[in-house]
Design a protein around this ligand. Structure first.
Ligand SMILES: [Fe+2]
Length: 213
């Protein structure tokens, strides 16, 4: 993992994971994100800041807002061209659990991808999709993935999906973040999730598109 105490912009491009420490405000978080590309609109961005608050709201029927485990995934996997980066600022960490989980598909799946690749219908709470999309897009060299109610795998690919899921489960790493941390991940070559937790946990999320696209 690349950890940047400072804000040297020349260091932050083309990295899979970047960590900025001691970020104090949402404005500071959003301005760090702008170094990575243009900020995408999100449906729940009620104050138009570019950033969405994800805190525990058990009455909301979205897994991200619960306190249960989130299996490693990529964001907006249902879209043709998902965001290039997902950024998270940890305003408040949970009393117990709630670690960020990361999986690096290039390290564990790429060498055998021709045998493991599968197609699935990816959808989301906001977007129903009827098109089959590849887990690994060969021509554009990126992964999309989720493992929840919003993925429907072709019958003949179920075995591959299960194998991929097992490999992810066995090779996921936990990252303990602190209040004020800002984690920026490649959304196309890193899967992110979180472990279940107890207590309040408040993160802010920004989705980013590379400037050169
Ligand atoms: Fe996510």
């Amino acid at each position: 993992m690349h950890c940047y105490e400072g804000r040297n912009e020349s260091n932050i491009f083309n990295k899979q994971v970047s960590l900025f420490k001691n970020v104090r405000t949402k404005e500071e978080f959003v301005s760090i994100c702008k170094n990575f590309g243009s900020i995408l609109h999100q449906k729940d961005d009620f104050d138009n800041s570019g950033s969405v608050e994800i805190s525990t709201r058990l009455n909301l029927d979205k897994l991200a807002y619960q306190n249960v485990e989130l299996f490693p995934h990529t964001d907006r996997s249902s879209t043709d061209n998902p965001p290039d980066f997902v950024a998270m600022w940890f305003e408040k960490t949970a009393k117990k659990g709630g670690e960020t989980t990361l999986f690096f598909p290039d390290d564990h799946l790429l060498k055998d991808i021709d045998n493991l690749n599968f197609c699935a219908k990816f959808s989301s709470e906001n977007d129903s999709n009827n098109k089959y999309l590849p887990f690994y897009d060969h021509s554009r060299d990126f992964f999309r993935f989720r493992n929840d109610d919003h993925i429907s795998v072709k019958k003949e690919d179920e075995e591959k999906f299960n194998e991929v899921t097992n490999i992810i489960r066995e090779n996921t790493v936990k990252v303990k973040t602190q209040c004020g941390d800002c984690l920026i991940l490649s959304n196309k070559s890193v899967f992110h999730g979180r472990s279940s937790f107890i207590g309040d946990r408040v993160i802010h999320r920004v989705l980013i598109r590379n400037y050169d696209e």
